[in-house]
Design a protein around this ligand. Structure first.
Ligand code: ACO
Length: 286
Protein backbone atom coordinates (compact mmCIF):
# COMPACT_ATOMS: atom_id res chain seq x y z
CA UNK A 1 0.00 0.00 0.00
CA UNK A 2 1.16 3.55 -0.66
CA UNK A 3 -0.34 4.88 2.56
CA UNK A 4 2.12 6.15 5.06
CA UNK A 5 1.99 7.91 8.42
CA UNK A 6 5.46 9.30 8.81
CA UNK A 7 4.03 12.16 10.88
CA UNK A 8 3.41 9.60 13.61
CA UNK A 9 5.95 7.27 15.12
CA UNK A 10 4.75 4.45 12.86
CA UNK A 11 7.03 5.19 9.91
CA UNK A 12 9.45 2.58 8.62
CA UNK A 13 12.08 1.41 11.10
CA UNK A 14 15.50 3.01 11.22
CA UNK A 15 17.72 1.72 8.48
CA UNK A 16 14.87 0.61 6.23
CA UNK A 17 15.63 0.96 2.53
CA UNK A 18 15.08 4.19 0.64
CA UNK A 19 12.18 2.68 -1.31
CA UNK A 20 10.08 3.48 1.78
CA UNK A 21 6.65 2.27 2.75
CA UNK A 22 5.35 2.26 -0.80
CA UNK A 23 7.68 -0.63 -1.49
CA UNK A 24 8.66 -1.35 -5.06
CA UNK A 25 6.87 1.01 -7.42
CA UNK A 26 4.08 -0.53 -9.45
CA UNK A 27 2.54 0.65 -12.69
CA UNK A 28 1.38 4.19 -12.10
CA UNK A 29 -1.55 6.05 -13.61
CA UNK A 30 -1.49 6.25 -17.40
CA UNK A 31 -1.01 9.52 -19.29
CA UNK A 32 -4.76 9.41 -19.95
CA UNK A 33 -5.59 8.98 -16.25
CA UNK A 34 -3.29 11.85 -15.39
CA UNK A 35 -4.78 14.14 -18.04
CA UNK A 36 -8.33 13.25 -16.98
CA UNK A 37 -7.37 14.14 -13.40
CA UNK A 38 -5.87 17.49 -14.50
CA UNK A 39 -2.34 16.35 -13.70
CA UNK A 40 1.01 16.02 -15.43
CA UNK A 41 3.88 13.96 -14.06
CA UNK A 42 7.51 14.13 -15.09
CA UNK A 43 10.06 11.82 -13.49
CA UNK A 44 13.70 12.66 -14.16
CA UNK A 45 15.96 10.38 -12.11
CA UNK A 46 15.72 11.50 -8.50
CA UNK A 47 13.17 14.26 -9.14
CA UNK A 48 9.46 13.93 -9.84
CA UNK A 49 7.49 17.01 -10.83
CA UNK A 50 3.74 16.84 -10.37
CA UNK A 51 1.98 19.69 -12.13
CA UNK A 52 -1.64 20.69 -11.55
CA UNK A 53 -2.58 21.19 -15.15
CA UNK A 54 -6.07 22.62 -15.60
CA UNK A 55 -5.15 26.29 -15.88
CA UNK A 56 -8.46 27.16 -17.56
CA UNK A 57 -10.16 26.10 -14.30
CA UNK A 58 -7.38 27.60 -12.14
CA UNK A 59 -6.26 24.02 -11.37
CA UNK A 60 -9.47 23.26 -9.49
CA UNK A 61 -9.26 19.81 -7.91
CA UNK A 62 -11.65 16.95 -8.60
CA UNK A 63 -12.16 13.59 -6.89
CA UNK A 64 -10.13 12.15 -9.78
CA UNK A 65 -7.27 14.58 -8.99
CA UNK A 66 -6.98 13.36 -5.40
CA UNK A 67 -7.34 9.67 -6.27
CA UNK A 68 -4.81 9.93 -9.07
CA UNK A 69 -2.40 11.79 -6.81
CA UNK A 70 -2.65 8.87 -4.36
CA UNK A 71 -1.86 6.48 -7.21
CA UNK A 72 1.11 8.64 -8.25
CA UNK A 73 2.47 8.50 -4.70
CA UNK A 74 2.09 4.72 -4.57
CA UNK A 75 3.85 4.13 -7.89
CA UNK A 76 6.82 6.50 -7.90
CA UNK A 77 10.03 4.74 -8.86
CA UNK A 78 12.38 4.19 -5.89
CA UNK A 79 14.94 6.46 -7.60
CA UNK A 80 12.78 9.48 -6.71
CA UNK A 81 14.03 11.49 -3.72
CA UNK A 82 12.41 14.87 -4.30
CA UNK A 83 8.88 15.69 -5.46
CA UNK A 84 7.98 19.16 -6.68
CA UNK A 85 4.28 20.07 -6.74
CA UNK A 86 3.45 23.08 -8.92
CA UNK A 87 0.59 24.64 -10.83
CA UNK A 88 0.25 25.62 -14.48
CA UNK A 89 -1.22 29.00 -15.43
CA UNK A 90 -2.16 31.94 -13.21
CA UNK A 91 -2.82 30.01 -9.97
CA UNK A 92 -1.41 27.13 -7.96
CA UNK A 93 -4.96 25.91 -7.29
CA UNK A 94 -8.43 27.38 -6.74
CA UNK A 95 -9.28 24.43 -4.46
CA UNK A 96 -12.02 21.92 -4.95
CA UNK A 97 -13.76 22.07 -8.30
CA UNK A 98 -17.10 23.49 -7.24
CA UNK A 99 -18.88 21.13 -9.66
CA UNK A 100 -17.98 18.29 -7.25
CA UNK A 101 -20.54 19.65 -4.79
CA UNK A 102 -23.37 19.61 -7.31
CA UNK A 103 -22.44 16.22 -8.73
CA UNK A 104 -22.46 17.86 -12.16
CA UNK A 105 -20.96 15.47 -14.70
CA UNK A 106 -20.79 12.40 -12.44
CA UNK A 107 -20.17 11.51 -8.84
CA UNK A 108 -21.31 14.03 -6.21
CA UNK A 109 -20.11 14.61 -2.68
CA UNK A 110 -21.80 12.22 -0.21
CA UNK A 111 -24.40 13.96 1.97
CA UNK A 112 -23.11 12.43 5.21
CA UNK A 113 -26.26 10.38 5.84
CA UNK A 114 -24.08 7.27 6.02
CA UNK A 115 -21.25 8.41 8.32
CA UNK A 116 -18.96 5.43 7.71
CA UNK A 117 -19.37 5.62 3.95
CA UNK A 118 -18.77 9.38 3.91
CA UNK A 119 -15.67 9.04 6.06
CA UNK A 120 -14.31 6.31 3.80
CA UNK A 121 -14.97 8.58 0.81
CA UNK A 122 -13.06 11.46 2.43
CA UNK A 123 -10.23 9.09 3.48
CA UNK A 124 -9.82 8.18 -0.20
CA UNK A 125 -9.36 11.87 -1.03
CA UNK A 126 -6.97 12.45 1.89
CA UNK A 127 -4.78 9.64 0.50
CA UNK A 128 -4.02 12.04 -2.34
CA UNK A 129 -1.98 14.18 0.06
CA UNK A 130 -0.69 12.04 2.94
CA UNK A 131 2.06 10.32 0.94
CA UNK A 132 3.77 13.70 0.54
CA UNK A 133 4.99 13.29 4.14
CA UNK A 134 6.70 9.95 3.45
CA UNK A 135 10.25 10.03 4.84
CA UNK A 136 11.80 8.62 1.68
CA UNK A 137 10.73 11.78 -0.23
CA UNK A 138 11.31 15.46 0.30
CA UNK A 139 8.32 17.31 -1.10
CA UNK A 140 8.42 20.90 -2.26
CA UNK A 141 5.37 23.02 -3.10
CA UNK A 142 6.10 25.76 -5.64
CA UNK A 143 3.16 28.08 -5.02
CA UNK A 144 2.08 31.12 -7.00
CA UNK A 145 -1.19 32.99 -7.35
CA UNK A 146 -4.20 31.58 -5.55
CA UNK A 147 -3.84 28.57 -3.23
CA UNK A 148 -7.37 28.21 -1.91
CA UNK A 149 -8.96 25.54 0.30
CA UNK A 150 -7.80 22.16 -0.99
CA UNK A 151 -5.04 24.00 -2.88
CA UNK A 152 -3.75 25.60 0.33
CA UNK A 153 -3.95 22.19 2.05
CA UNK A 154 -1.94 20.63 -0.77
CA UNK A 155 0.80 23.20 -0.22
CA UNK A 156 0.62 22.47 3.53
CA UNK A 157 1.04 18.74 2.86
CA UNK A 158 4.47 19.31 1.36
CA UNK A 159 7.59 19.53 3.51
CA UNK A 160 8.77 22.89 2.16
CA UNK A 161 6.95 25.79 0.47
CA UNK A 162 8.70 28.13 -1.96
CA UNK A 163 6.28 30.86 -2.96
CA UNK A 164 6.07 33.60 -5.55
CA UNK A 165 5.46 37.16 -4.46
CA UNK A 166 1.93 37.00 -5.95
CA UNK A 167 0.83 34.11 -3.69
CA UNK A 168 -2.63 34.25 -2.10
CA UNK A 169 -3.29 31.60 0.54
CA UNK A 170 -6.88 31.22 1.73
CA UNK A 171 -8.56 28.51 3.84
CA UNK A 172 -12.01 29.03 2.42
CA UNK A 173 -13.84 25.93 3.68
CA UNK A 174 -15.54 27.48 6.75
CA UNK A 175 -16.95 30.24 4.50
CA UNK A 176 -18.61 27.43 2.50
CA UNK A 177 -19.99 25.75 5.63
CA UNK A 178 -17.29 23.08 5.68
CA UNK A 179 -14.15 22.27 7.62
CA UNK A 180 -10.73 21.87 6.01
CA UNK A 181 -10.57 18.06 5.75
CA UNK A 182 -7.69 17.33 3.42
CA UNK A 183 -5.15 16.87 6.23
CA UNK A 184 -4.24 20.57 6.27
CA UNK A 185 -5.29 21.47 9.81
CA UNK A 186 -2.38 19.65 11.46
CA UNK A 187 0.45 21.22 9.44
CA UNK A 188 -1.30 24.60 9.61
CA UNK A 189 -1.40 24.47 13.42
CA UNK A 190 2.16 23.12 13.58
CA UNK A 191 3.36 26.05 11.50
CA UNK A 192 1.33 29.00 12.78
CA UNK A 193 -0.11 27.81 16.14
CA UNK A 194 -3.76 27.39 17.14
CA UNK A 195 -4.69 31.09 17.61
CA UNK A 196 -3.41 32.15 14.17
CA UNK A 197 -4.84 29.03 12.50
CA UNK A 198 -8.21 29.87 14.06
CA UNK A 199 -8.05 33.45 12.90
CA UNK A 200 -7.10 32.44 9.34
CA UNK A 201 -9.68 29.67 8.98
CA UNK A 202 -12.57 31.37 10.75
CA UNK A 203 -12.26 34.55 8.74
CA UNK A 204 -11.31 32.75 5.50
CA UNK A 205 -9.08 35.74 4.79
CA UNK A 206 -6.28 35.80 2.29
CA UNK A 207 -2.62 35.71 3.32
CA UNK A 208 -0.21 37.45 0.94
CA UNK A 209 3.48 36.70 0.41
CA UNK A 210 5.03 38.94 3.08
CA UNK A 211 2.73 37.64 5.78
CA UNK A 212 3.15 34.05 4.57
CA UNK A 213 6.90 34.39 5.04
CA UNK A 214 6.44 35.97 8.47
CA UNK A 215 4.08 33.18 9.60
CA UNK A 216 6.38 30.42 8.33
CA UNK A 217 3.96 29.39 5.58
CA UNK A 218 6.76 30.01 3.07
CA UNK A 219 10.38 28.97 3.51
CA UNK A 220 11.28 31.43 0.77
CA UNK A 221 9.51 34.17 -1.22
CA UNK A 222 10.82 35.04 -4.68
CA UNK A 223 9.63 37.19 -7.57
CA UNK A 224 7.11 35.29 -9.72
CA UNK A 225 9.54 34.96 -12.63
CA UNK A 226 12.20 33.42 -10.35
CA UNK A 227 9.99 30.69 -8.85
CA UNK A 228 11.11 27.83 -11.10
CA UNK A 229 14.77 28.79 -10.70
CA UNK A 230 14.49 29.01 -6.92
CA UNK A 231 12.85 25.58 -6.80
CA UNK A 232 15.57 24.08 -9.00
CA UNK A 233 18.22 25.56 -6.72
CA UNK A 234 16.54 24.03 -3.67
CA UNK A 235 16.16 20.65 -5.38
CA UNK A 236 19.88 20.56 -6.25
CA UNK A 237 20.78 21.42 -2.65
CA UNK A 238 18.47 18.67 -1.34
CA UNK A 239 20.00 16.12 -3.71
CA UNK A 240 23.54 17.05 -2.66
CA UNK A 241 22.92 15.63 0.83
CA UNK A 242 23.46 11.92 1.63
CA UNK A 243 20.23 10.18 0.59
CA UNK A 244 19.92 7.76 3.53
CA UNK A 245 20.77 10.46 6.06
CA UNK A 246 18.08 12.65 4.51
CA UNK A 247 15.45 9.90 4.90
CA UNK A 248 16.42 9.24 8.51
CA UNK A 249 16.51 12.94 9.36
CA UNK A 250 13.09 13.63 7.85
CA UNK A 251 11.68 10.69 9.80
CA UNK A 252 13.26 12.09 12.95
CA UNK A 253 12.11 15.67 12.48
CA UNK A 254 8.47 14.78 11.76
CA UNK A 255 8.31 12.75 14.98
CA UNK A 256 9.64 15.60 17.09
CA UNK A 257 6.37 17.49 17.75
CA UNK A 258 4.71 14.29 19.04
CA UNK A 259 7.61 13.08 21.16
CA UNK A 260 8.81 14.05 24.61
CA UNK A 261 12.45 15.18 24.76
CA UNK A 262 13.35 11.76 26.13
CA UNK A 263 11.56 9.92 23.32
CA UNK A 264 13.12 12.17 20.73
CA UNK A 265 16.61 11.71 22.19
CA UNK A 266 16.08 7.94 22.04
CA UNK A 267 14.87 8.21 18.43
CA UNK A 268 18.02 10.19 17.55
CA UNK A 269 20.18 7.46 19.09
CA UNK A 270 18.39 4.70 17.17
CA UNK A 271 18.69 6.50 13.87
CA UNK A 272 22.35 7.29 14.51
CA UNK A 273 23.19 3.65 15.26
CA UNK A 274 21.75 2.72 11.87
CA UNK A 275 23.69 5.55 10.19
CA UNK A 276 26.98 4.61 11.88
CA UNK A 277 26.55 0.98 10.88
CA UNK A 278 25.84 1.94 7.29
CA UNK A 279 28.82 4.30 7.15
CA UNK A 280 31.25 1.83 8.74
CA UNK A 281 30.12 -0.87 6.30
CA UNK A 282 31.37 1.45 3.53
CA UNK A 283 34.78 1.96 5.15
CA UNK A 284 37.61 -0.33 3.95
CA UNK A 285 38.69 -2.75 6.69
CA UNK A 286 42.28 -2.06 7.86
N1 ACO B 1 -14.13 25.21 -9.32
C1 ACO B 1 -14.55 25.23 -10.59
N2 ACO B 1 -14.23 26.19 -11.49
C2 ACO B 1 -13.38 27.15 -11.07
C3 ACO B 1 -12.89 27.18 -9.75
C4 ACO B 1 -13.29 26.17 -8.85
N3 ACO B 1 -12.85 26.11 -7.59
N4 ACO B 1 -12.10 28.27 -9.63
C5 ACO B 1 -12.10 28.89 -10.83
N5 ACO B 1 -12.88 28.20 -11.71
C6 ACO B 1 -13.16 28.55 -13.10
C7 ACO B 1 -14.05 29.78 -13.18
O1 ACO B 1 -15.40 29.41 -13.02
C8 ACO B 1 -13.72 30.29 -14.54
O2 ACO B 1 -14.46 29.55 -15.49
P1 ACO B 1 -15.05 30.28 -16.84
O3 ACO B 1 -13.82 30.70 -17.60
O4 ACO B 1 -15.83 29.20 -17.47
O5 ACO B 1 -15.83 31.45 -16.33
C9 ACO B 1 -12.24 29.95 -14.70
O6 ACO B 1 -11.97 28.94 -13.75
C10 ACO B 1 -11.34 31.11 -14.41
O7 ACO B 1 -11.70 31.64 -13.14
P2 ACO B 1 -11.88 33.21 -12.88
O8 ACO B 1 -12.72 33.36 -11.65
O9 ACO B 1 -12.34 33.88 -14.12
O10 ACO B 1 -10.36 33.59 -12.62
P3 ACO B 1 -9.77 34.70 -11.68
O11 ACO B 1 -8.31 34.64 -11.88
O12 ACO B 1 -10.49 35.99 -11.86
O13 ACO B 1 -10.13 34.21 -10.17
C11 ACO B 1 -10.21 32.69 -8.32
C12 ACO B 1 -9.52 33.10 -9.65
C13 ACO B 1 -10.00 33.78 -7.27
C14 ACO B 1 -9.50 31.41 -7.90
C15 ACO B 1 -11.72 32.49 -8.50
O14 ACO B 1 -11.93 31.71 -9.65
C16 ACO B 1 -12.40 31.78 -7.34
O15 ACO B 1 -12.69 32.42 -6.33
N6 ACO B 1 -12.67 30.47 -7.46
C17 ACO B 1 -13.40 29.70 -6.49
C18 ACO B 1 -12.52 29.36 -5.29
C19 ACO B 1 -13.21 28.46 -4.29
O16 ACO B 1 -14.20 28.83 -3.67
N7 ACO B 1 -12.70 27.23 -4.10
C20 ACO B 1 -13.22 26.27 -3.16
C21 ACO B 1 -12.41 26.35 -1.89
S1 ACO B 1 -12.94 25.21 -0.63
C22 ACO B 1 -12.11 23.75 -0.91
O17 ACO B 1 -11.21 23.67 -1.68
C23 ACO B 1 -12.54 22.51 -0.16
Amino acid sequence: SGRARPDSASGPAAGEGAAGPAGPAGAGPSEEDLAAAGLRLEVDGAVATLTLDRPERRNALTFATWRTMAAVGASLPPSVRVVVVRGEGPSFSAGIDLSQFTGEGGEGFPDGSDAAETEAFIAGLQDGYTWLRRPDLVTVAAVHGHAIGGGFQLALSCDIRIVADDVKFCMKEPALGLVPDLTGTKPLVEIVGVPRALELCLTARTVLADEAARLGLAERVVPREDLDGAVQELVQALLAVNAEAAVATKRLLWQAPENTLEQQAAAERREQVARLRALSALRPTP
